[in-house]
Design a protein around this ligand. Structure first.
Ligand SMILES: NC(=O)c1ccc[n+]([C@@H]2O[C@H](COP(=O)([O-])OP(=O)(O)OC[C@H]3O[C@@H](n4cnc5c(N)ncnc54)[C@H](OP(=O)(O)O)[C@@H]3O)[C@@H](O)[C@H]2O)c1
Length: 335
């Protein structure tokens, strides 16, 4: 039986991955900062919860001992430049060094669509820039970049770049549905920003496939863009969420497009509320580039996965009482 360590495995996507890995017969360990965070997955048969500080390289190296593959899902959506760098750039480098030290065969790193490692500094947000620098840090430590790339240092790497992820428990459409249950209009900055939403089960399956292929022996470095079958504007997604949830007699709420400056003011005000902000200026900056697959790297179909559409899946989980479901979800996020 192969041993797989998940970092960030307690989160939204991680929980779906854990379930699939356990069902596929892997022995799964989830590293978490607090045992209670792993509640969504700790019931899974044979799954081990490992409480540790993943930023402590010694603890990380110990956690990686005996692992065949490691999956990194740790990320933040909001924070200072230093926090983004700490979590998205320094941590991947530590993970890669731990994998090398413990001769882990394969590392799967979940990044984000919109990341471009050719010109990281040209990316519009701290989130995207730090994600790009994190990918580069992994490649550097694993010897997968530059002149020596042909001679990988033993651990192969798959980088997965999903668009916005939807599905049961998401903090995207559920939250927009919840907001519209409370307000008669939906003021929205970047209303025409483009997304290619991808189903969480497809992303989880992509991780399982990447683990499987990595352990079978694949190219030392592979990058995949994970996107759904349709490109949608943010305003369309917001209205879709409300319609599915039956808000406004199933018509949803009018979306009031805000200019970017007003969106920044809105983000600043939201930032004053307790807990993680719903939307930050950095999130708005990320939306300045389309969150759409470039087609320049392989995608889900190359992993043998036919992506499900939002129109099929959305109505199954966007519940009739979105106010309760969405805000319960938000409270969980503020743990
Ligand atoms: N959800 C999306 O729409 C989406 C879209 C594109 C890319 N992605 C990427 O997919 C990955 C997983 O996303 P997700 O939505 O599942 O995230 P999530 O629900 O927020 O889970 C991330 C996990 O990371 C851990 N974590 C968070 N902050 C940390 C910190 N400062 N130090 C150490 N650990 C920390 C947490 O685990 P513990 O609390 O147990 O320690 C948490 O469960 C991320 O890399 C994200 O950028 C997500």
């Amino acid at each position: 039986m192969k041993n797989i360590l998940l970092l960030g495995g307690s989160g939204f996507i991680g929980a779906h991955i854990c379930e699939k890995l356990v069902r596929a017969g892997y022995r799964v360990s989830v590293a978490t900062r607090k045992a209670e965070h792993a509640k969504p997955v700790m019931h899974l048969p044979g799954l081990t919860v490992l409480v540790c500080n993943v930023h402590d390289e010694a603890a990380l190296t110990q956690a990686a001992a005996g692992m065949d593959a490691v999956v990194n899902l740790v990320a933040i959506l909001h924070g200072s430049v230093a926090a983004f760098s700490h979590v998205h750039q320094e941590l991947p480098a530590k993970i890669a060094r731990a994998c090398r030290a413990q001769s882990v065969r394969h590392l799967v790193h979940v990044s984000a669509l919109g990341v471009n490692t050719d010109q990281p500094q040209a990316l519009p947000s701290h989130y995207l820039r730090s994600k790009a620098l994190g990918e580069l840090a992994l490649m550097d430590v694993l010897g997968l970049r530059g002149a020596g790339a042909a001679a990988s240092l033993g651990t192969s790497l798959t980088v997965l770049r999903p668009s916005v992820v939807f599905g049961a428990g998401d903090q995207f459409l559920n939250v927009f549905a919840a907001l519209q249950a409370h307000f008669p209009v939906m003021p929205l900055a970047c209303a025409d920003a483009l997304f290619q939403p991808v189903w969480v089960e497809d992303v989880a399956q992509a991780v399982v496939q990447s683990v499987r292929q990595g352990l079978d022996g694949v190219a030392p470095l592979q990058v995949f863009e994970l996107a759904g079958p349709q490109v949608r504007r943010l305003r369309e997604l917001v209205q879709f969420a409300a319609r599915c949830a039956g808000i406004g007699q199933g018509r949803g709420r009018p979306v009031l497009g805000l200019p970017l400056w007003m969106g920044r003011v809105q983000a600043a005000l939201l930032g004053l509320l307790p807990g993680a902000p719903l939307m930050s200026a950095d999130n708005l900056a990320s939306m300045q580039i389309p969150n759409v697959a470039t087609g320049r790297v392989p995608g889900l179909v190359d992993l043998g996965i036919t992506p499900a559409s939002l129109e099929t899946i959305g109505p199954q989980y966007l519940v009739a009482d979105p106010a309760r479901a969405g805000f319960d979800g938000l409270r969980q996020r503020h743990r």
